[in-house]
Design a protein around this ligand. Structure first.
Ligand code: FES
Length: 573
């Protein structure tokens, strides 16, 4: 392996230049307290931290950034900490997806504009992982991902509480009158016991696990609980490793290959992972110039069963997954369906990275012949209601409803739904199909996680806990139920979802991968002729820019002008 020389470092253009501007850069380094020995001839390592007081999942990142810095110094690099936009999933409304591309652009542009040779990406809360990786891929400088790690397991009255999943279940019981207000409030305090991302197999755990599978973290990094001392060690080791990656010129483009993405698709099924991962993987792959589409997920859904027994598809939480062997343990169960020759940031192949890995709790990580569910967790559906596809998380749905025919009850938008869903006079029963529209990428805009429509209160009081629900929205990876999501094209661009009327019959057949609106083509043509394209919901600013450029869910919700094409241009100094 040829190693780069100090004069070949990108940062040398700033710091070593015998020019007036070179002098300014050295002067400003001195202003920050750094003599020339600190940075001269050394890789400059950006530590891109998504810390924020409004993102409790990353509450430990200021401390972790120090661990990364120590690792960089010890390996002979020059660390510079750079705050980038934090996307704290619980607080950002209407949807953190609205800002995923903004963070990706910020990462790309902050890398482009500054004297940085390599970057440590610190993320974990849902959209931060794909956003950081997408930005780094587009700039294609050496990059390593430090996942935030899951928070500790929730515990309440002797029971485990899983982020999102158990909150939703307890809230349903509260609405049904089965749980007191005082008890529900007490459970709130027991759910989130430490910094770290959601500890169910939600979007965060799915995406950090896939980042490890893709080769962008050190081996074993993704499942380490955030407060565990091994998490701090992993951060320090990542800081050391990125310095070597710069000398080796090991870039994301060498790691994020078609084979790596195929591995990620297989593991997504085995995780019973989040539906959001489909959008993010398509977006990430396309940034790498790989034309991933929904059809590419289908063979893996047939071939790879759910092996990870975590909520919402199973019983356990991320601490259990970590102790059972984590991602390395899981991959050791899946050798036959993976390409283990792919490189990773560690300098090892994926096969070398899982050498010696074992599973220590076989009920948490199952072997291929004793799965949690015998088919993959996610299923692509098509039909006249979703010509470009939609998705259902089969592993978290009621098996009895995977084949269903029922009358539609249509909500025009989120406000209409929240205003009417608990109306005692609502014409609804357990077989009704709840339909929500105007919730897609352009519709809000931002495709919020509104897909798990609430069960109407009067049905909750009758004991109903699941119904077929269909929308162009997304759903939190922690959520569950017979929920059809990402209907494409979305209603805001005139997809067939825009044409459904109350009382229409809708048919779902998950085994046949079919979703059908039982209305004649002639009638749909008549309705389409009367349909009027809605005005953009936001007239200015980022919301308008997002609305005007975002692609559909089946294409990753990225902006076409961020896809590969024009070469990344280095700044003029
Ligand atoms: Fe941050 Fe779930 S809210 S990961």
């Amino acid at each position: 392996m040829t190693r780069r020389q100090p004069n070949e470092l990108r940062s040398a253009r700033w710091y070593a230049a015998p020019t007036r501007m070179g002098s300014v850069h050295r002067q400003r380094a001195a202003q920050a307290g750094h003599p020339r020995q600190d940075y001269e001839g050394k890789p400059v390592i950006g530590i891109f931290s998504t810390w924020s007081d409004l993102n409790p999942c990353h509450g430990h990142f200021r401390e972790r950034a120090q661990h990364v810095k120590e690792g960089v110094w010890q390996a002979g690099g020059f660390p510079v900490e750079v705050p980038v936009m934090s996307l704290g999933e619980p607080y950002i409304k209407p949807s953190a997806l609205l800002y995923r591309n903004m963070l990706a652009m910020e990462v790309e542009e902050m890398l482009r504009a500054h004297p940085i040779d390599g970057v440590v990406l610190m993320g974990g809360c849902d959209k931060t992982t794909p956003a950081l990786l997408m930005g780094a891929m587009s700039m294609d400088l050496p990059a390593i991902f430090v996942p935030s790690g899951p928070m500790l397991s929730g515990r309440w009255r002797g029971q485990p509480l899983g982020s999102g999943t158990d909150t939703s279940k307890l809230f349903m019981e509260y609405k049904a009158g089965q749980l007191s207000h005082a008890d529900f409030v007490e459970s709130e305090l027991a759910s989130s016991r430490s910094p770290g991302h959601c500890m169910t197999m939600g979007t965060a755990a799915t995406m950090t696990s896939l980042a490890e599978v893709l080769g962008m973290t050190l081996p074993g990094a993704a499942a380490i609980p955030a407060p565990d001392s091994r998490h701090a060690q992993m951060a320090s080791l990542s800081g050391r490793r990125i310095v070597d990656m710069v000398w080796e010129d090991l870039r994301p483009s060498a790691i994020l290959t078609r084979k790596a993405f195929d591995n990620a698709l297989a593991v997504l099924m085995a995780l019973g992972g989040s539906t959001n991962a489909m959008i993010h993987l398509i977006a990430m792959a396309r940034r790498a110039g790989i034309p991933l589409s929904l059809s590419d997920f289908e063979p893996f859904a047939d071939r790879v069963p759910v092996l990870v027994n975590l909520k919402p598809s199973g019983d356990y939480l991320m601490e259990d997954f970590f102790e059972a062997g984590g991602v390395r343990g899981l991959l050791s169960m899946m050798r036959d369906v993976l390409d283990l020759s792919v490189p990773t940031v560690s300098g090892m192949t994926l096969g070398q990275a899982i050498d010696g890995a074992q599973v220590y709790h076989p009920d948490v990580i199952r072997p291929m012949d004793q799965p949690v569910k015998d088919k993959g967790g996610l299923v692509i559906l098509r039909g006249n209601l979703a010509p470009d596809g939609c998705v259902i998380k089969r592993s978290a749905a009621d098996p009895a409803r995977l084949k269903h025919r029922g009358r539609a009850l249509v909500f025009q938008n989120y406000d209409d739904m929240t205003a009417r869903i608990d109306d005692p006079t609502l014409d609804v029963d357990a077989d009704t199909v709840l339909v929500l529209r105007s919730a897609g990428p352009r519709g809000v805009p931002g495709m919020p996680e509104w897909g798990m429509l609430p069960i109407p209160q009067k049905l909750l009081q009758q004991g109903v806990r699941d119904m077929l629900r269909i929308s162009d929205a997304r759903m939190s990876g922690t959520h569950f139920g017979t929920v059809v999501l990402h209907v494409t094209p979305e209603s805001a661009v005139g997809g067939p979802l825009a044409l459904v009327e109350d009382g229409d019959f809708i048919e779902l057949d998950v085994d046949a991968q079919r979703i059908h609106l039982d209305v004649s083509d002639e009638e749909l043509t008549r309705r389409r002729a009367a349909w009027v394209m809605p005005e953009p919901p936001i007239q200015r600013g980022w919301g308008r820019l997002f609305h005007d450029h975002v692609s559909q869910a089946s294409e990753g919700c990225d902006f076409p002008f961020l896809l590969p094409g024009a070469p990344t241009r280095e700044p003029q100094l």
